[in-house]
Ligand binder design. Structure first.
Ligand SMILES: [Zn+2]
Length: 295
């Protein structure tokens, strides 16, 4: 089983899919191969540190967090070798090509990325939207071997087929109040690991996020306090989604951007799907229709 999460910023993964990755690794006796891809360089998200310092710090923090979770991590490099800056809504050919290259190299079974806003009144973070749009755009191209041959020259004339993943959208806190979901994974068993991973992002959770606002975050002084902040965060999210308090849960939407799964496959691959809060019957009907589309 191979899982890949593509997201905009350092720390995004920890807040949307870290628990599910942990549970899937635990379910597979041979483990699971997991990879995190961060699409921005992290340099501008701070109020008193220099760009250089912030860029280096964020990368170091992400590496520590990924190590705790047992995940490989990479910063998405554009074809010219540079990293993408933040506050960048542009989905250009270079961005899509870089995703194409990195997804093809890993061949995930499941790819997780942020959602596109379905409600025009919902707030968004432009970097999250750009990643969502880029993943949607690249999806069909994943199995088109020469799509970006001009940017990534290859001597191979004959190409092997490349697996196209099932692409799932994660929850997005910037769209609070406008997050639909198909199924919810109970990640309470991974709560401690999620907190430990997120705690690695010190320059964010103790400096930047409380300062920038809109996160309803106090500054945690210890790991115990941080766990409390995380519990409150999950409870707020659950309240929004109509889930009970006191359970860490991660909701997902199933797209037809890539391969369309069956609900049976999802139920087998995702431990801890909360049946009472997941509409598998509706999802089943929707996936059956989506599966009829062009392939
Ligand atoms: Zn983010």
């Amino acid at each position: 089983m191979k899982l890949m999460c593509i997201h905009a910023h350092f720390d995004d993964f920890e807040f949307v899919a870290a628990g599910t990755f942990d549970r899937i690794i635990g379910q597979n006796s041979g483990g699971a191969q997991t990879k995190l891809v961060v699409c921005t360089d992290g340099a501008v998200g701070h109020h008193f540190r220099s760009l250089e310092e912030t860029r280096a710090m964020r990368w170091k923090e992400q590496q520590s967090a990924s190590q705790i979770g047992g995940h490989e991590v990479e910063r998405l490099r554009l074809p010219d070798g540079t990293l993408r800056r933040e506050a960048n809504p542009v989905v250009d050919r270079a961005f899509v090509a870089a995703l194409w290259k990195t997804i093809r190299a890993f061949e995930p079974d499941y790819l997780f990325c942020p959602p596109l806003a379905q409600d025009p009144l919902a707030g968004v973070h432009m970097d999250h939207i750009a990643v969502a749009e880029a993943v949607r755009n690249v999806a069909y191209m994943i199995n088109v071997p020469h799509a970006y041959i001009d940017l990534y020259p290859s001597p191979d004339v004959e190409s092997m087929p490349c697996k196209v993943p099932v692409i799932l959208n994660t929850y997005d806190a910037y769209m609070a109040g406008a997050n639909p979901y198909d199924f919810v994974v109970n990640v309470e068993a991974a709560f401690e690991t999620i907190c430990e991973m997120a705690w690695c992002h010190q320059s964010q959770i103790r400096e930047w996020l409380p300062w920038v606002g809109r996160h309803q975050m106090s500054v945690p002084e210890s790991f115990e306090e941080w766990k409390q902040v995380m519990r409150e965060r999950f409870d707020r999210q659950n309240q929004e989604l109509g889930l009970p308090a006191g359970i860490a849960a991660e909701p997902f939407m199933v797209t037809s951007w890539g391969e369309v799964p069956t609900t049976d496959r999802l139920l087998a691959d995702f431990p801890g799907i909360m049946a009472e809060f997941s509409n598998m019957e509706n999802l089943n009907r929707r996936l059956a229709t989506l599966g009829l589309g062009a392939s």
